[in-house]
Ligand binder design. Sequence first.
Ligand SMILES: Cc1ncc(COP(=O)(O)O)c(C=O)c1O
Length: 466
Amino acid sequence: MTISRDTNDPAAQAAAWQASAKKHMWLHFTRMSTFADSDMPMIVRGSGPYVFDQHGKRYLDGLSGLFVSQIGHGRTEVAEAGARQGSELAYFPLWSYAHPRAIELAERLADLAPGDLNRVFFTTSGSEAVESAWKLAKQYFKAIGEPARYKVLSRDIAYHGTTMGALAITGLAGLKQPFEPLPPGGVRVPNTNFYRAPEFMAHDLTAFGRWAADEIERAILREGPESVAAVVLEPLQNSGGCFPPPPGYFERVRQICDRYGVLLVSDEVICAFGRLGYYFGCERYGYQPDIITFAKGVTSGYAPLGGMMVSDALMEPFSKGSATFLHGVTFAGHPVSCAIALANLDVFEKEDLLGNVRARQDAFRATLEKLSDLPIVGDVRGDGYFYGIEMVKDKATRETFTDEESERLLRGYMSHALFDAGLVCRADDRGDPVIQLSPPLICTQEHFDEMEQILRSVLTEAWSRL
Ligand SMILES: Cc1ncc(COP(=O)(O)O)c(C=O)c1O
């Protein structure tokens, strides 16, 4: 059956979409059984920081879709840049060929990236970017005569993607277990969750950061430095609820990587393109990675694109004789996506979006911190336009919820209640229960207030249901 697009009868059309979606759609990371007796949430259009469902109801997009829509929705000039490119050259591969928009975008990214990162290997997604970084590290070390280096260190609860390699780097046991055995070499180190720091350093953030960094050194020594290829870290860890790096953490990690000849990969799939007030998150925290992986915000979601940036030094073994990086994907650096990324970066410049984040980030923090008066709010943490709110059962002891309470509270009540109240955000219990916020970079105080008010009413109700 084909769904008719009957604009004269929106209710009939919405019902037809629902019926068809229930028959044919398979949503990602979603319990499909929940749609046996409830509708599939559906978004049909967007404008600025808002999106609208099929009934015309408005929602504040407090998560930028999925940490993606930096410039907000409905930007005709960005969409049109894609349409123009589609008419000129819709597709050509980056296998053996280049095309103008990929060249222009690579140069622009090289100008924006810190230090000597001036070479771009495009992908279509963040998982592919992380996968590419690991493959590059492995082949690079084989090429320079250190073939035993293949392991990758990453942090507990960190999410780095779903393809098999990226999943082996991901630190969420529950996501990995159904797909084991995964490629060997993923090694876990502690994250920088200061709210849950071990007791002996729970009152000294700097000492905690030093300990967490030193755990990376201990892991390298335990595994054998000759077997470790890379350390993969987000500037500010998303999963678990926004763990910023303590002061001095990355400086020490950089020293450790240099000491043992290990590559430092900054996974900036979320943190790049203004999320923390800089084009790249590593700039905010003052460290120089060997590889940056990016995706999401590079196009603000007007088309899919990802990639990794490396230095000439990393590429050197591949730039002579018959040497080739034996890796690629058909749609990497798609011309339409590259044209859109260029138009997206034009918006960043024209509207000084980095300036907007830097000017308003303290107000965003202060507005969210107002929620700390609620008994259920244990911690508010993050930087830039990227925050996590951890919920607890007991503020004084920081006791968290049981699995059953978490299930009832987060999945059973809050996810739906927040959406029903007009806020797109994420109630996540992959670590301790948190609400994640990552609004478009165009947001101002009125949007911060709207988020705070909706969160206040839903969190208050959640507490009364405990
Ligand atoms: C830090 C990080 N790395 C990698 C990925 C995977 O990106 P994608 O979903 O585009 O494959 C994500 C996705 O959220 C991410 O947050």
